[in-house]
Design a protein around this ligand. Structure first.
Ligand code: ZN
Length: 252
């Protein structure tokens, strides 16, 4: 079974469109989304519609949750973006489109499973909100080990930190640029695999990130997209902090 996994789109329609075109070029029909379709960026309606049309499942991310319920522990820019997103969705003149998007946001599942794979937004034990950072290998190995212990599947795919790579339970973190051609082969040990972010990468590489899974082969893909267009939309919105556009160019 060959499929694509996308995550953390964050209302960046330019990045999402580029990724979907690349997935189409590869002839992949199954797409799993790990959440955070909205938040930060300027195109929440477009991104929600594309994710609804194109994915087999989209999980609940902390920003999706915040827009539907309420933001918790968000910084000022993220909180403002959250309320702005809510307003844009509310102001949709087409009632059925408006209701469809709200219904989608209100029914997002927290976890999803296929065979020996688990899919969540954050972490195996706290699926919506826990961050598993590469540095945790050194600074908080117990957090990683506790998550590995909680896994009843061999592989768990996550997003949330916007930093792609693979955790094994030594614990150890391997970024894609250290892998042969950006490909990781799942072995006998448990792995937690972060697929990176489509719409707001934070590993100093501004290109959109996603993965293609083909049996035990996980390919980390990076794609150029029109960052200028995505950032301009953020800049021209009064409620979105300009910093949210500027960070896209730096991948952080
Ligand atoms: Zn996110």
């Amino acid at each position: 079974m060959k499929f694509a996994i996308i995550s953390d789109i964050h209302s960046n329609a330019e990045a999402l469109t580029a990724v979907l075109a690349d997935i189409d070029r590869r002839g992949l029909e199954r797409i799993v989304c790990l959440g955070d379709v909205v938040g930060y960026g300027a195109s929440p309606r477009e991104c929600l519609d594309l994710v609804m049309q194109r994915t087999v499942v989209s999980l609940c991310g902390n920003h999706d949750h915040a827009v539907f319920y309420e933001p918790a522990n968000f910084n000022a820019a993220a909180e403002k973006a959250c309320y702005w997103t809510r307003q844009v969705l509310e102001e949709e003149p087409d009632v059925s489109a408006r209701n469809r998007r709200w219904r989608f946001l209100g029914q997002l599942p927290v976890r999803y499973e296929i065979e020996d794979m688990l899919f969540v937004h954050g972490s195996p034990r706290k699926p919506i909100n826990e961050y598993l950072f590469p540095d945790d290998v050194y600074t908080n190995p117990h957090k990683l080990l506790a998550n590995f212990e909680r896994m009843d599947k061999m592989t768990c795919f996550v997003g949330h930190t916007h930093v792609p790579g693979v955790f094994v339970d030594d614990p150890y973190f391997e970024p894609p640029y250290e892998m042969d051609h950006g490909v990781y082969t799942i072995g006998e040990e448990k792995t937690i695999i972060n697929v990176g972010s489509v719409g707001q990468p934070r590993d100093r590489d501004p290109r959109a990130a996603y993965v293609v899974v083909d049996d035990d082969r996980v390919e980390f893909i990076r794609l150029e997209y029109d960052i200028e267009a995505a950032a301009n939309k953020i800049r021209s919105s009064e409620c979105l902090d300009d910093f949210l556009g500027a960070r896209l160019f730096e991948g952080k």
